[in-house]
Design a protein around this ligand. Structure first.
Ligand SMILES: Cc1cc2nc3c(=O)[nH]c(=O)nc-3n(C[C@H](O)[C@H](O)[C@H](O)COP(=O)(O)OP(=O)(O)OC[C@H]3O[C@@H](n4cnc5c(N)ncnc54)[C@H](O)[C@@H]3O)c2cc1C
Length: 471
């Protein structure tokens, strides 16, 4: 049997391992740094209920991904009616934007200013459409851009929108524009836009259930997992990869890595200095999640809110009471997760828990989510390092050089959100895992670097009887 070593048991690595373990031709060893599977997409028990790492909505228009998801989850899921609005100046705005709702919330004066600024940009387009600011302004006008996009985006990336490439916007907003929103509002166009997704599938026992179940199936197929392992060195001698951890050296013909691409290159002893230096331009942003358990409060009905309000430091708030009944607690409390995005050096990443409590207390009060601090029962904190690849101005050239370099290595597959430096959702990482398995089996020759760039993201695809599309 040929051996495949897979680094990282998140959606990408675990899917690859599971798929390969179905074949009799290969033996699989999965090496995971933490004590659990699911990576950023895992679920955790805290504050008396099951929660995810921020909101985790599964959706895909890819038949292969949906088929695998259903194979693993079975009937243990429910379709959830999506409600995820923008919170701005104490008001809730529909997302994607709906002109009538926006008009009622903004008032007549502000709406006129927004329309004028939209028409102005049609006459005099922003000169830098290659930046996030220019790209969004050209579609919505400067005023709507500053109300609905600027604050959230700058909180997320930590850089001014004029220095962020338009790639993030192209990927997530697609061709949506104010013009298209108006057409949709008056039902003038038959086709709904891609980002108008109404429902999503959610496992009954939390998003991480998918990966717990996948782990079980993988082990039943004879796969091996090492948890809590820190890899020291990787080396390729032309035939085999040697992976060194805990003074054990494992050898394999195939290597799949879903650990951060930058960390991989540092321990990959074949990497020349020049490539390690190039990879230093690939930066990641961290997420700090503060969970609060609240008593006697009526909070919002949304699964999560995007926070555009500048008086609130958090960029997104998830309410775990609004997903499925089966993850709800029985103690009548509400668990919210506040997300704060930061770099390693930032104060919030390094400060004490007492300071973090003050930060979230301010956000709860400023957002009017609670009447008094007495409503807070308890807190919990989760740090997720390196979870957003930053598409700044320098990243593309450096990534291209890293791709060219790593392609020279036979049977080496770099996949996943930080493994391939791609702003993946879990479905993209699952697809990368699936296609890697097919490449290794010699059945297909997929270009994994193209996933999530030329991969169509039809959020508006029609939902079928299974609740998922294209099945
Ligand atoms: C706050 C937040 C909200 C999100 N919301 C959604 C959503 O609504 N819908 C959606 O589809 N996706 C969402 N995502 C994205 C989703 O979580 C990721 O796309 C998915 O988890 C990526 O899977 P992955 O396997 O590529 O990476 P990961 O999930 O990061 O898994 C990588 C694994 O590698 C392990 N690892 C790292 N270094 C090493 C090492 N040196 N050795 C061994 N193992 C290592 C890690 O411990 C981890 O288990 C969200 C992410 C975040 C952070």
């Amino acid at each position: 049997m040929k051996k495949v070593i897979i680094i990282g048991a998140g959606p990408a690595g675990l899917t690859a391992a599971y798929e390969i373990s179905k074949s009799k031709e290969f033996s699989c060893v999965l090496i995971e740094k933490s004590k659990y599977v699911g990576g950023m997409a895992r679920s955790v028990e805290l504050l008396g209920q099951t929660v995810d790492i921020g909101p985790h909505r599964f959706f895909s228009n890819d038949t292969r991904v949906n088929k695998l998801w259903l194979e693993v989850v079975g009937k243990n899921y429910q379709m959830v009616d999506r409600l995820t609005r923008i919170f701005y100046k104490g008001k809730y705005f529909d997302y994607p934007l709906k002109p009538i709702n926006a008009f009622l919330n903004l008032g007549i004066k502000e709406t006129i200013f927004c329309l004028l600024s939209f028409f102005l940009v049609k006459l005099f387009p922003h000169k830098r459409p290659d930046t996030f600011e220019g790209w969004v302004t050209n579609r919505f006008g400067a005023r709507l851009y500053s109300i609905f996009f600027k604050s959230y985006t700058e909180k997320l990336w930590g850089i001014p929108c004029e220095n962020l490439t338009s790639e993030f916007a192209k990927q997530r907003i697609k061709n949506f524009s104010l013009g298209e929103a108006i057409i949709a509002a008056f039902n003038l166009g038959k086709k709904k836009h891609k980002t108008l997704v109404d429902q999503f599938a959610y496992p009954l026992f939390g998003n991480g259930f998918v990966y717990e179940k996948m782990k079980e199936l993988y082990l039943e197929n004879g796969g091996i997992i090492y948890f809590d392992k820190s890899i020291k060195e990787i080396y390729f001698d032309g035939l085999h990869y040697s992976i060194n951890f805990d003074d054990v050296i494992l050898k394999s013909e195939f290597l799949i890595s879903s650990m951060p691409i930058t960390s991989f290159l540092q321990i990959f002893k074949n990497s020349p200095e020049s490539i390690i230096n190039q990879s230093a331009n690939l930066k990641f942003r961290n997420t700090l999640l503060i969970y609060v358990s609240l008593e006697n409060v009526i909070t919002f009905k949304d699964q999560w809110l995007y926070i555009q309000d500048e008086n609130i430091l958090s960029g997104r708030v998830t309410n775990f009471n609004n997903w499925v009944k089966t993850i709800k607690n029985n103690n009548g409390r509400t668990v919210l997760a506040f997300e704060y995005w930061c770099y390693d050096k930032d104060y919030i990443w390094n400060c004490e828990e007492t300071e973090l409590k003050k930060i979230v207390q301010n956000d709860l009060i400023n957002g009017n989510f609670i009447k008094s601090l007495n409503n807070i029962v308890d807190y919990a904190f989760i740090k997720v390092p390196m979870c957003y690849p930053v598409y700044d101005k320098d990243y593309k050239d450096s990534l291209d050089n890293v791709i060219i370099y790593t392609k020279e290595f036979k049977n080496l597959h770099l996949i996943g959100r930080y493994g391939a430096f791609k702003y993946n959702n879990q479905d993209h990482s699952i697809l990368m895992g699936l296609l890697t398995a097919k490449n290794i089996a010699g059945k297909e020759e997929n270009d994994l670097w193209s996933i999530n760039t030329d991969y169509e993201y039809h959020e508006s695809s029609t939902i079928t009887a299974t609740g998922l599309v294209n099945n």
